[in-house]
Design a protein around this ligand. Structure first.
Ligand code: GLU
Length: 447
């Protein structure tokens, strides 16, 4: 590894010894971009240090009262990671596992995810350790309002534009935006994305995360002179991303045959393809129960309690749930099952060791979430564009732009891999292409 990168990695290991997700994410990235580091300017300007640490990060308390009148205090975070390409942009996650390491890793990944969308957005992330499970709509509303009371001074259409992530969907964005508008006394619509269609949201935003991943896969297959038609896909999770993957896969003639939750996974060999099943998924999510077994009960599919979907033999694996959901054992199973394509939807879904195994497997082509997972934020940027021209594009227009963006991310990743003699290493190719773009922008703007 490049000497300068080795020193930066050592500093990071020391400084962030207690932040495992963040370390995993930046150290993997340093490995990937290594072939592109032989430019003396990087060390001279200490560029890497400034790329692997957030420009700004803050925490805040979020006090709120539940329906019984009991007070609670949650911890809120915003990481404004990098603004080289545009205003900070990234999601908010409401989940008990949210902590400084998780928001930092998300902000880091977001920066590199956003870079290749071709749209002017920097990277950010944030959220709170609030658990929305089992909370009433009124409790969620009060929580979102209190969260925004603390955050509103630090965001805006030209500074930092939050959106959703795990635990933050259309309902939460509505409450957050409503409070932002009340506090500001004006409708600055592009200060948040993922808004509802009646107040400045973009068509396809809800589906975008999953659609983007399937478009990326389709492009990858096309490049292999293969086709998405007839492919079977294993997906984890049953949230927003999984739902979008099911829907677009069905539209393009493939089928998703698994879904999972904290309780286990379901195997539906007929595929999650009908409108009825897709709508049921939405209801499952809205119920806030966080159980996937209800799908099996409703449609007579097999339910495997306490297990992960990676044991099912399929053509394509798309992890859509959360970080580190896939470990070495899972990777071994995936390889034994003769899976051909591993395409990440969720952020950093595989442990470092599992990813290494999958990347080294000669039979599997891998795509990383900084590339294949960027559909959501790509349409967020299109939402900002529409807000700024006070106009809404048609659904087909947004969908076509999303497909074009995903294809161009694929093409840029494949081209960079080739340029650096990395064969068909799409993950390294993507990291290098994004790194080059951001580093050039940072160098151009001076220290
Ligand atoms: N959490 C989402 C993502 O990772 C949303 C980002 C955004 O739309 O700003 O893509």
């Amino acid at each position: 590894m490049n000497n300068y990168a080795v020193r930066v990695a050592a500093q990071l290991r020391q400084r962030y010894a207690n932040e495992p997700e963040y370390l995993q994410s930046v150290l993997t990235w340093l490995d990937m971009i290594d072939p592109a580091l032989d430019d003396p300017r990087y060390e001279k300007l200490d560029l890497l240090t400034r790329m692997v640490e957030p420009e700004r990060m803050f925490t805040f308390l979020v006090p709120w009262v539940d329906d019984n009148g009991t007070a609670h205090t949650s911890h809120g975070y915003r990481v404004q990671f990098n603004s080289a390409i545009g205003p900070y942009k990234g999601g908010l996650r409401f989940h008990p596992g949210v902590n400084p390491s998780v928001v930092k890793f998300l902000g880091f990944e977001q920066t590199y995810k956003n870079a290749l969308t071709g749209l002017p957005i920097g990277g950010a992330s944030g959220g709170a350790d609030f658990d929305p499970r089992g909370r009433s709509s009124r409790e969620i509303m009060r929580f979102c309002q209190s969260f925004m009371n603390a955050l509103y001074r630090y965001i805006g259409s030209d500074t930092d534009v939050p959106a959703g992530d795990i635990g933050v969907g259309a309902r939460e964005i509505g409450y957050l935006y409503g409070q932002y508008k009340r506090l500001l006394g004006k409708a600055e619509s592009s200060a948040l994305t993922g808004k509802g269609l009646t107040y400045g949201g973009s068509k396809v935003r809800l589906e975008a995360a999953g659609f983007g991943t399937v478009y990326f896969l389709a492009r990858m297959l096309e490049h292999q002179k293969d086709s998405i038609e007839g492919k079977t896909i294993a997906v984890s999770g049953f949230g927003n991303m999984s739902w979008g993957v099911c829907r677009k896969a069905a539209e393009l003639g493939a089928k998703v045959v698994t879904l999972s939750g904290p309780d286990g996974y379901v195997h539906d060999p007929d595929g999650v393809v009908t409108e009825e099943k897709l709508e049921f998924l939405m209801d499952m999510r809205d119920s806030g129960q966080d159980k996937v077994s209800v799908y099996a009960d409703r449609f007579g599919a097999a339910f495997h309690p306490g297990k992960k979907p990676w044991e099912v033999p399929v053509n394509v694996v798309i992890p859509c749930a959360t970080q580190n959901e896939l470990d070495v054992e899972d990777a071994v199973r995936i390889m034994a099952n003769d899976v051909r394509y591993y395409v990440e939807g969720a952020n950093m879904p595989a442990t470092a060791e599992a990813l290494k195994l999958l990347r080294l497997s000669p039979k599997i082509l891998t795509a990383g979430s900084k590339a294949s997972g960027s559909g959501g934020v790509a349409v967020s940027a299109l939402e900002m564009a529409q807000n700024s021209i006070r106009y809404n594009w048609k659904r087909s227009e947004v969908d076509a732009r999303l497909r074009e963006i995903m294809s161009s991310i694929y093409d840029a990743s494949a081209a960079a891999a080739e340029e650096y003699g990395l064969g068909y290493d799409l993950i390294a190719g993507n990291d290098i292409a994004a790194f080059k773009k951001i580093s050039e922008a940072m160098i151009a703007q001076g220290l």
